[in-house]
Design a protein around this ligand. Structure first.
Ligand code: ZN
Length: 212
């Protein structure tokens, strides 16, 4: 089933998982973490399918990160190992974890480089009753494939992530979890069209603009 994303949808938080595909960790010269590496993106960075990604004047290198996103349905706190994680999940959507890579590196903290306005496209809708343990995640820029991976390559899979995060912070209905990106991140330029394509969900498409 497909659920439309409501117009006034605003999650309490967007929890992201860094370096959750070994090949992407390697391309940036990083080790695979021993536990999920968590960071937050500001909810004000959200945009929908078709809305522009705006490159801010502060960055010289803005990159795409195609990711499977989990949308929470129920409040989840301290989930036990034997609990069914999926009853807490509404569904899944495509998410582009747009990143100002130069700022991320310079700041060390991820907050600024990940949270500029328009840096979190999601959509085109939320897919429910989806089996996501082994689906293809792809990024295309102007129709050219830049990233391809399968969710089966995740270091920490969906169920593990929801349990783990629920033990660090309470997950609220509507909260998003971005599950990490496969290898192939690359620079976006004004005029590009960036697509995140996830098998069984659909295509999230956003034009890229520079701020005047
Ligand atoms: Zn990411």
């Amino acid at each position: 089933m497909k659920i439309e994303i409501e117009k006034d949808y605003l999650p309490s938080k967007i929890v992201c998982v860094g370096r959750n595909y070994a090949d992407h960790a390697a391309e940036l010269g990083n080790e695979v973490p021993k536990a999920p590496l968590l960071f937050l993106k500001a909810p004000s960075s959200l945009v929908r399918n078709g809305e522009p990604i705006v490159i801010p004047p502060q960055s010289e290198r803005v990159e795409h990160e195609a990711e499977l996103a989990i949308v929470m349905k129920e409040r989840a706190k301290n989930l036990r190992d034997d609990e069914d994680v999926f009853k807490y999940i509404l569904g899944f959507t495509c998410l582009n974890d747009v990143t100002a890579r130069d700022i991320q590196r310079a700041d060390v903290q991820f907050t600024r480089g990940k949270s500029f306005d328009t840096f979190c496209p999601i959509g085109p809708h939320i897919g429910t009753d989806l089996e996501v343990s082994d689906v293809e995640v792809q990024c295309r820029v102007n129709g050219e494939i830049r990233q391809t991976g399968r969710t089966s390559q995740m270091v920490f899979p969906v169920e593990f992530l929801v349990r783990y995060i629920s033990r660090q912070m309470t997950l609220m209905p509507g909260d998003l979890i971005a599950t990490g990106t496969p290898a192939g991140v690359s620079k976006l330029e004004p005029g590009d069209v960036c697509e995140v394509v996830i098998e069984g969900i659909g295509t999230l498409s956003n034009p890229v603009e520079a701020k005047d």
